[in-house]
Design a protein around this ligand. Structure first.
Ligand code: AMP
Ligand code: GLY
Length: 419
């Protein structure tokens, strides 16, 4: 089967590794990275141009397209592919509103009784300011649309909330900030939960925990994620069941009832508080780096699972290893600001000899050498019987890498270890 995978990050290298486990897969990745180049054919293609993607699919007889990142989903790439008779993994444009519009998701939760923080939507600055002042801090201010992970302010003071509202309506996020959601501050422990969906039903896939802040002890600015592990111990079997019963299954039923059935992977960002799980937000794709750790635990054929989502024939269960997978992200100095590009990377074979897998994200080949080419550069992934063993193994591999212009957090997994 000829498969085209869209994306270039660590998530896509992990997806490529899992998809090529199926010997029938002939994989192309657009644009890919040096990691995917080792196991698939990287192709130069403007993935924002649906007609160019469709033309490539016709020329290469692509049977199935797997879309990694959110932007092409929100832009309607799945709709365009399906209209051209090409099967794809991921939600339609209408269903991707679960990620593309926070207001859409909050209204859906309100209509279908899905537990989430109290909120109101605003298209106008004065009304937003008045509501925030009336509610008081802490309070959360969110741009409605996609803002590359930067559209959310958890305001601990009213001053911060006012500042965030001024920024939003001042155009800091362009069209994504033309509307905003102001939301109750939720307390508890954050976790991520992933379910595969085929439009009619959902299958629990795995839980994970991310480390969003750049600094140790969860300090400093937010990033795309500095490390993750799966499973997340806070998501006990009882909590996972509640997430399926109270959040995931009602959402799949609601999307079907609204005429935009959800196919693909539903990524629920959760706050687990004393009254159980509440939804913080949905994403409509795999998390990065959560995907890397979940797929390290997968004991099933990923290609068949993703095809089953697209074809409306989800199986009853999925086999995941009970072991813990943990990943440490190696980032380039400067990240999440302007990362230093071009720093040399060596020692990958030595790192893998420590029992970890090195996944590429922002790397490129410059002449003969592998160099940094983005903020998050590599993921060091280890699978072991416990969080502490996985963490030791991952850091032994980190120490075998030679990437002087890189850095990582040294405390990935602290929450699980503290338990
Ligand atoms: P989001 O982009 O919606 O995931 O928000 C980014 C981060 O902001 C989340 O991972 C949480 O840490 C935090 N956050 C978002 N909404 C809330 C909320 N209602 N209460 C507390 N923290 C929140
Ligand atoms: N690691 C968080 C995300 O992929 O959104």
């Amino acid at each position: 089967m000829n498969v085209l995978l869209i994306g270039s990050g660590g998530r896509e290298h992990a997806l490529a590794l899992a998809l090529t486990q199926n010997p029938a897969t002939k994989l192309f990745v657009a644009p890919g990275n040096p990691g995917t180049a080792q196991i698939a054919t990287n192709v130069v293609l403007d993935v924002a141009d649906a007609q160019a993607v469709i033309a490539f699919c016709h020329v290469q007889h692509i049977d199935f397209v797997v879309i990694g990142p959110e932007q092409p989903l929100v832009d309607g790439l799945v709709d365009a592919l399906e209209a051209a008779g090409i099967k794809a993994f991921g939600p339609s444009k209408a269903a991707a509103r679960l990620e593309g519009s926070k207001g859409f998701t909050k209204d859906l939760c309100a209509k279908y009784n899905i537990p989430t923080g109290a909120y109101q939507k605003f298209a106008e600055r004065e009304a937003a300011l008045a509501y925030a002042r009336e509610k008081g801090a802490p309070i959360v201010v969110k741009a409605d649309g996609l803002a590359a992970g930067k559209g959310v302010t958890v305001a601990m003071t009213i001053f911060e909330a006012e500042q965030a509202i001024e920024d939003l309506f001042g155009g800091a996020f362009g069209a994504a900030g033309a509307e905003c959601v102001i939301e109750e501050f939720l307390q508890g422990e954050e976790a991520s939960f992933f379910a595969l969906c085929d439009g009619n039903k959902a299958l629990a896939f795995a839980s994970a925990q991310d480390h969003k802040r750049v600094g140790e002890g969860d300090t400093g600015p937010n990033t795309g994620g500095m490390g993750a592990y799966s499973p997340a111990p806070v998501v006990t079997e009882a909590i996972a069941q509640r997430v399926m019963d109270e959040i995931v299954n009602p959402t799949v039923a609601a999307m079907k009832a609204e005429g935009c059935p959800f196919k693909g992977v539903l990524f629920a960002g959760l706050m687990i508080g004393k009254d159980g799980p509440k939804l913080i937000e949905f994403n409509t794709r795999f998390g990065d780096p959560e995907c890397q750790v979940m797929l390290a635990r997968l004991d099933d054929d990923l290609l068949n699972l993703l095809l089953a989502c697209a074809e409306g024939r989800l199986p009853e269960r999925v086999n995941l290893s009970p072991k813990t997978a943990l990943t440490v992200v190696m980032a380039a100095q400067g990240y999440p600001g302007t990362p230093k590009k071009g720093g040399g990377i060596a020692g990958i074979a030595e790192a893998e000899a420590e029992g970890a897998k090195i996944i590429h994200a922002g790397t490129k080949i410059d002449g003969e050498t592998l160099v940094a080419n983005g903020g998050r550069v590599l993921n060091v992934v280890a699978l072991a019987d416990s969080v502490s063993e996985a963490r030791e193994r991952a850091y032994r591999a980190v120490d075998a890498l030679k990437f002087p212009d890189g850095f990582c957090r040294r405390d990935i997994g602290w929450r699980a270890l503290n338990r």
